[in-house]
Ligand binder design. Structure first.
Ligand SMILES: Cc1cc2nc3c(=O)[nH]c(=O)nc-3n(C[C@H](O)[C@H](O)[C@H](O)COP(=O)(O)O)c2cc1C
Length: 221
């Protein structure tokens, strides 16, 4: 099933670049932004965990408050059409209700359910070793949110919408502000990464710089 050409796929990857100067006059339509959110929702995640929430911050006062703790998006806080924080779940352990309920929703019960949970335990403990600390568990969920991040940005580029991923912030400072505003429960979720969306201003952009393909690839043939 081919919807767009190979050249269109490559063109949109070349079009996408981290935009720091948005045109403040241009706002993304609700219809287009809903597509970007849908791309986040439809993203894959390890064992189908969907360990995320997407927090959209449009309130100007709240954006102003974030400036002192968000050095990586200071100018964007005024001009970006949309700002999204990707929140990651803090406790995606195999023995939480989440996994049990998920397996039950697949129709599993009794021994089959317990054996599947045991498989998850083994996977988390011995294979990807994420049960070592709260941090490793959070980082596992956080990794999944970066898949949604990529899908949102690439999909936005296909719609001619610009974006900039954001790690340039003091995570504690940002969390305190968002939690004080009552936007999420910090015992359940943490800030993973943010992303701004909008339309680029007329300012010229630097040429795209990337490593050469031959410096990146390792083939086992
Ligand atoms: C996870 C992540 C976090 C980033 N954080 C910031 C940021 O806080 N502020 C910023 O201006 N750019 C940020 N960037 C943008 C990168 O600097 C940019 O993607 C990189 O230099 C490559 O350029 P390009 O995206 O224009 O191709 C981030 C990129 C990624 C992937």
């Amino acid at each position: 099933m081919t919807y767009i050409t190979k050249q269109q796929v490559l063109d949109s990857a070349l079009y996408r670049c981290a935009i720091r100067d948005y045109d403040p006059a241009k706002k993304i339509s609700e219809e287009d932004f809903n597509v970007i959110l849908e791309l986040a929702r439809l993203s894959p995640s390890s064992v189908g965990s969907e360990p995320w929430k997407f927090l959209v911050v449009q309130n100007p006062e709240l954006r102003e408050k974030l400036k002192p703790v968000s050095w990586g998006m200071k100018s964007q806080l005024d001009n970006a059409s949309h700002l999204v924080f990707l929140l990651a779940h803090k406790n995606m352990r195999w023995d939480t209700d989440f996994f049990r309920n998920k397996l039950q929703s697949y129709g599993l019960s009794g021994e089959r359910l317990e054996s599947k949970l045991e498989h998850y335990r083994n996977f988390q403990q011995n294979d990807i070793e994420i049960l070592e600390s709260e941090r490793t568990l959070f980082d596992w969920a956080s990794k999944q949110t970066y898949i949604a991040l990529g899908n949102m940005m690439n999909g936005a580029a296909m719609l001619g919408i610009d974006s900039c991923p954001i790690e340039g912030m003091n995570y504690k400072g940002v969390t305190d502000i968002l939690v004080e505003a009552g936007l999420f429960d910090p015992t359940e979720y943490g800030v993973s990464v943010a992303v701004t969306f909008g339309y680029r201003s007329e300012k010229p952009l630097p040429a795209k710089s990337r490593k050469k393909m031959e410096d990146l690839m390792i083939w086992a043939e």
